[in-house]
Each structure stands twice: as C-alpha cells, then as structure tokens.
Design a protein around this ligand. Structure first.
Ligand code: PSU
Ligand code: MN
Length: 311
C-alpha cells in the first residue's frame, strides 16, 4: 500500500518499485473481455510466470471495488477472471469505476494511465485497439491510440488486432507522434498473423536498443510511450487468408446484430473464437506469452543499461 498514490500497489510491486527493480504491467480487459474462462485465468497466470522467469515483477492492473490495484494477488486474479458484470475501462471511465466503487478491467489505455502513475515503464498485452474498419462512418477509433501520446509507457503487442483497419491505425499513431517499432521485423504484424502487408515504421532488434530509444525520447522532452510490435512466433502464426475469412464473417455478424462502441472488440474476438474452432485463442495466448517475455527483457534493460558517459 502506498499512501501518496490513489492506488493500491501490492507489496511485491511496491518493493520492486522502491528498489528500482524491473516491473512489467499487464492489462485485465484481455482476461475479462478478451478470452473465455478458464483459458483466461490460465493465460494470466502463465504470463505472470513468464515475466518472473525473465527477471521482472508482474503487475496485473484492474479496478477492484473502486480501487485501482497495481499487482493483483493470486486470489484477486482468479476472482476477476470469473467475475460477471465487470466494466471495461478506458480513459473516459477509469475514474467512474473509482467514484462508484465498481470493479472494472483496464484496457490498454487505462492500463497505461495506471502504469505511468505508478512509475512502471513497460507493459505487455496482446494487440492494441485502433481504427475500426468503416471508421469513416462509425467514428470508432480506440482511445488506446491517443493514450500513447500521453502516457510514457512502452507497450509490447503483436501490432493491432487484425479486425481493425491497420493502415489507418498506423496513420493515427504517426499523427499522434507515437513511435511504432517493429521488433526484429520490418513488417507491421497483424496479431494472429506475422504479416500485414504494411511496413513497420521503425525497426529495432534488441531490448537494449528499445530502452535506449525511449531514454533518448525522454532526454529530448518527448512525452508519451511507444508501440513495440512483436510478431507472433512462426509456429503459432495463422494464415492471413483463413483469418481474413473469419474476420469478414465476424464483421458481418456484428453489423447484423447492431453491435457498437465498447462491445465491438469483445464481440469480434468472441465470434472469431467460435468461427475458428478455438484456433484464434491458442494463437492469441501464444502471442501474449511472447510479448510478456520481450517486455520483461526491455524492463530489465531499462533498469541496468546506462548510456555511455560523454567523452
Ligand atoms: N488484446 C487482446 N485482447 C483484448 C484486448 C487487447 O489480445 O481483449 C483489449 C485491450 O484491452 C484493448 C481493447 O485496449 O481490447 C480495445 O478495445 P476498444 O477497441 O473498444 O478500444
Ligand atoms: Mn471503440
């Protein structure tokens, strides 16, 4: 518990922060709205273990009964993974859950806000939100994108979810001044697939290089975070044509059912899970696990690597 922050930080995360040891933030919407029970809990536990194995402390973030909690205890994680009526919280409604004492899962945007306030510099997730297909009509652009310009957190993700308009998503990130770094790739990945047909704007190959890049941005007074786009490992990648057909069908179903606003992303992920006979979920879990290990490497690099002294 830290008194000076409007947050409840668990003892392990607080001790790591106080000692300057590496910490990796993890989101909770992926648990409550992105995957079915009990795979969601298994994934959340496994991801925390991967962060630990790589030498960092995991901090899964959620709002529990109105308290922004940085680092869920094992029992809290299990309860959240099974809970019903959990809010999906972004920048617009994070404080609403606090004010009304509700329980809510944090999206990429809300997790970035909480991590930045808690001094956590690195965050691992599956795929960020972005510009939805048909956004010219619906105006549906995830608040995740603008958050990158505001909160100084490095987010490791397998690009943005392929259900989105990835080209427009990259355009908005560029407009917002958000670096998008292909990690060991020159191509922007598309979540379940390694390719998207779109180039990654920047490329870096090591955790130390990512850490040095973020340090250079801060030295220049540039606010905000960056997206480290880490493709799913080849053995778990799905074929773009197969995924494309599931996405088209899911989008038609969403349209027919009149799904809008916050419900769109969970609906599409759930429908694609059904259409794929569970294959999309297996790949989703594999890519989150991979992102966790890369994020932990970056968190370690940020704490140990120091720039060479000027000569
Ligand atoms: N990545 C996943 N599964 C998810 C999400 C990301 O693998 O469920 C969530 C994230 O929390 C992301 C949110 O911030 O979807 C985006 O929702 P929206 O498009 O409504 O902004
Ligand atoms: Mn949206």
């Amino acid at each position: 518990m830290t008194a000076e922050l409007p947050f409840r930080m668990n003892a392990e995360v607080a001790a790591a922060r106080a000692a300057g040891r590496p910490v990796v933030a993890l989101e909770s919407t992926i648990i409550t709205h992105g995957m079915p029970w009990p795979d969601n809990l298994r994934m959340a536990r496994r991801v925390e273990a991967i962060v630990r194995e790589a030498g960092a402390v995991p901090a899964t973030i959620a709002v529990l009964d109105g308290r922004v909690t940085i680092g869920l205890e094992a029992g809290e994680l299990e309860a959240l993974a099974q809970a019903k009526d959990v809010l999906k919280l972004s920048r617009a409604d994070l404080a609403y859950a606090v004010a009304t004492g509700r329980t809510g899962a944090t999206t990429v945007a809300a997790t970035m806000i909480a991590a930045a306030r808690a001094g956590i510099a690195v965050f691992a997730t599956g795929g960020i939100g972005g510009v939805h297909r048909g956004a010219a009509e619906s105006f549906d652009v995830s608040a995740d994108l603008k958050e990158f310009a505001r909160s100084a957190v490095i987010v490791v993700a397998a690009g943005a979810k392929a259900i989105l308009d990835l080209k427009k998503t990259l355009e908005v990130l560029e407009t917002e001044g958000v670096p998008v770094v292909g990690f060991r790739t020159t191509e922007f990945p598309s979540f379940w697939c390694r390719s998207s047909g779109l180039p990654a704007p920047l490329r870096l190959d090591t955790a130390a290089e990512v850490a040095a890049f973020q340090r250079a941005r801060q030295a220049l007074g540039l606010a905000g975070g960056m997206l480290v786009a880490n493709p799913v490992p080849p053995e778990h990648a799905l074929d773009p044509a197969t995924v494309g057909a599931w996405i088209e069908q899911a989008l038609r179903d969403a349209d027919a059912a009149g799904i809008a606003a916050k419900a769109v992303t969970p609906f599409l992920l759930g429908r694609i899970f059904e259409l794929s006979g569970g294959r999309s979920l297996k790949t989703n879990i594999a890519l989150v696990e991979h992102n966790a290990s890369v994020a932990a490497g970056i968190a370690v690099a940020l704490t140990c690597a120091t720039r060479p002294a000027p000569t």
